[in-house]
Ligand binder design. Structure first.
Ligand code: AMP
Length: 399
């Protein structure tokens, strides 16, 4: 069975085609700058040369048609006919409280995703465009939706409620949802396999540290807390997002700087985090480069970033009343040995015996970066959200 995984944004669309029988990726690629006459399609088949095309793609239906053309292409294609795609799985950012797991798309599911537009005004409409585009190009093919929030629906009320008037929750669904759930779920399962222990017996803190970043506390395979909240702005310091701050700063800064709601929101989401403190970049590679060249603002940005991850790991060890392993994943978590070292070396009180050499080797592989006998283990596990989406879609379609 072949499953096409789609991750649609407002002006871009990523795809990956999986053969579920042998767990292989047949092709992957992306369409960028949708809406422009210079849209770019990049297609990477597994065993053939990469293809790149630039041209007019004004909306998602055309983008999906282009993807299908690439998959069926005489030279770069990997399929003989469109019917060889058995199902399509979509990443959807917000599932609210309605979706506690992945589901097959039907009219009611589409209506519910639309009801959630308010909670994810940038992301959910894009996912709906992706679903409609697949319907237009591949009528009758089953589609599934996999939500970033679903994995965290197991959080208990003390973790997901905010201490504000309950009317905000009852009337407007103001609560913590958490994101990156597909990734936290994947790396927690892989961690159990790596450690050779049943997931049901483990207390884990998973750290998805990429451009967006979040930690999750996972007991027996169930998320009991996570650092992102009603939106992805809460929690850790990120590339351009502030993460946690005193909520009183919002009205204060709005008054002092004469900012509108949209301006303050843009400031906290797009112009804060590493970018704001370093004054240089939101990219950890550039922060580390500048820091090593002696830039003090870059060093401050790195130190704040690392400090906040460490605080969350400590908090979650307390929340779970114990800790078996910490897992690092995503762009920064998988690649920055320096960040992992900074976090782990100051967590020795928890029983983490950091292994400096292991931390520096085995890039791109699942690995342990604590010494043998360390009471709490630390792992690096490359995430694979697309594979999780394919797996959920496969399971739903098979039933
Ligand atoms: P993601 O959102 O998971 O794709 O992660 C993207 C981020 O990973 C980039 O913004 C970089 O800051 C970071 N990153 C990628 N490679 C490295 C590296 N070698 N060292 C430090 N950070 C990296």
């Amino acid at each position: 069975m072949n499953i096409l995984v789609i991750n649609a944004g407002s002006s871009s669309l990523k795809y990956q085609l999986f053969n579920m029988e042998n767990d292989s990726v047949l092709a992957k690629g992306k369409v960028e700058r949708i809406g422009m006459d210079t849209a770019i399609v990049t297609h990477e088949p597994a065993d053939k040369a990469e293809a790149r095309e630039v041209g007019e793609i004004l909306e998602h239906t055309t983008a999906i048609r282009k993807v299908l053309e690439m998959l069926l292409h005489a030279q770069h294609g990997v399929l003989g006919a469109i019917e060889e795609i058995d199902a399509v799985g979509h990443r959807v950012v917000h599932g609210g409280e309605a979706f506690k797991s992945s589901v097959l798309v039907d009219d009611e599911v589409k209506r519910e995703i639309k009801r959630l537009f308010d909670l994810a005004p940038l992301h959910n409409p894009a996912a709906m465009l992706g679903i409609a585009a697949v319907e237009a190009n591949m009528p009758g093919v089953p589609q599934a939706v996999v939500f970033d929030t679903a994995f965290h629906q197991t959080m208990p009320a003390p973790a997901y409620l905010y201490p504000v008037p309950m009317a905000l929750y009852r009337k407007h669904k103001v609560r913590r949802y958490g994101f990156h759930g597909t990734s936290h779920n994947y790396v927690s399962e892989r961690a159990a396999v790596f450690l050779g222990r049943p997931l049901e017996q483990l207390k884990l803190v998973t750290c998805h540290i990429g451009n967006g970043a979040s930690c999750a506390a996972i007991v027996g395979g169930r998320s009991v807390d996570t650092s992102m909240g009603m939106t992805p702005l809460e929690g850790l310091m990120m590339g351009t997002r502030s993460g946690d701050l005193d909520p009183a700063i919002v009205p204060y800064a709005m008054g002092k700087e004469d900012l509108t709601l949209s301006e303050i929101s843009s400031m906290l989401n797009k112009h804060s985090g590493l970018q704001a403190i370093s004054g240089l970049s939101s990219d950890m590679r550039e922060i580390v480069e500048a820091m090593e060249a002696g830039d003090r603002n870059a060093k401050l940005a790195f130190d704040m970033y690392e400090y906040r991850i460490r605080k969350y790991i400590g908090a979650y060890a307390a929340a779970m009343n114990g800790l078996d392993a910490v897992v690092f994943t995503a762009g920064v978590g998988e690649n920055s040995a320096l960040l992992r070292k900074a976090v782990c070396e100051q967590l020795s009180f928890l029983g983490i015996e950091f292994d400096e050499e292991a931390n520096l080797t085995g890039r791109g592989l699942e690995k342990r970066i604590t010494k043998p006998g360390s009471k709490v283990e630390v792992l690096v596990i490359p995430t694979n959200e697309e594979w999780m989406i394919a797996r959920d879609t496969y399971a739903l379609v098979k039933h």
